[in-house]
Design a protein around this ligand. Sequence first.
Ligand SMILES: *[C@@H]1O[C@H](CO)[C@@H](O)[C@H](O)[C@H]1NC(C)=O
Ligand SMILES: *[C@@H]1O[C@H](CO)[C@@H](O)[C@H](O)[C@H]1NC(C)=O
Ligand SMILES: *[C@@H]1O[C@H](CO)[C@@H](O)[C@H](O)[C@H]1NC(C)=O
Ligand SMILES: *[C@@H]1O[C@H](CO)[C@@H](O)[C@H](O)[C@H]1NC(C)=O
Length: 243
Amino acid sequence: TFLSGSGLVRTLWFIVITFVLSDNQILSTKPGREESLWCTVRNNSRAEELRWYQGDGTVNLKDGNKMNTTNICILPVSKTDNGVSFTCKLVRNESIQISVTLDVQFPPLLTGEDPPPVEEKNDVKLTCHVNSNPQAEMAWYKDNSPLTLKRGRYQIHHTSEVFQLTIKKVEKSDNGTYTCEAKSVLGEMRKEFHLTVEDRKPAFPLEAIIAAIVVVLLTIIFGIVARREKIFKVIKTSVNQKT
Ligand SMILES: *[C@@H]1O[C@H](CO)[C@@H](O)[C@H](O)[C@H]1NC(C)=O
Ligand SMILES: *[C@@H]1O[C@H](CO)[C@@H](O)[C@H](O)[C@H]1NC(C)=O
Ligand SMILES: *[C@@H]1O[C@H](CO)[C@@H](O)[C@H](O)[C@H]1NC(C)=O
Ligand SMILES: *[C@@H]1O[C@H](CO)[C@@H](O)[C@H](O)[C@H]1NC(C)=O
């Protein structure tokens, strides 16, 4: 008894294509499509029950969809299904199994927000969030010309999810429009970020103000202490005068 590789049927606009599955097959698809996965027992001498797993969790199957052959539908396929694997196992002996992993392909999608206005000499980060399969080629532009990574003031942090530009010690000339660009075989997208560089505000003289407050407080306290002594003296002298 073994699970046939010829289990996968794909439905798309009424066209039915049958794939031959070897173990752990990759199924390339797109968001919005409908995919149907089939699993069939071949050369079995008796009725065999089948079970589907999505990742580690079991998939609930209707009663008529368990014996000898079974199918599950993914309707519609979404971006979040990318990388999800479906495994069909023989209930009697789960080591007999067949898997398919979804490879959901879609053009790049960029998102992100303008940074708040930044003062000269401070650092600023422009974070471009990328969602793309296959991975896109990324680039930054400033006022529509490619960014030259000059004098180490620019740093780029690139993962599968973000493409982040850090500008160290911004200058007035860094003010402008920055464009994050993603290109893949499925398409391209650009996202603009506006960076406003403000004049450096004069340093807030916090220490001077604290010092002034301390001086004023001390003056008041000494004033009170001095007066108390005077008050006592007055009382003492008046008492002395009475005697
Ligand atoms: C399964 O049965 C088919 C015929 O139905 C035969 O051609 C094939 O060799 C068999 N495979 C195994 C592994 O027994
Ligand atoms: C499953 O296959 C076995 C062996 O070929 C057969 O006896 C049985 O009737 C089948 N059961 C169903 C529900 O198709
Ligand atoms: C399950 O199937 C595997 C592969 O065919 C086999 O080696 C193993 O002995 C079977 N285990 C049981 C408990 O039948
Ligand atoms: C700074 O950049 C912003 C955004 O691109 C732009 O609107 C503004 O006119 C620029 N300011 C100066 C002084 O260049």
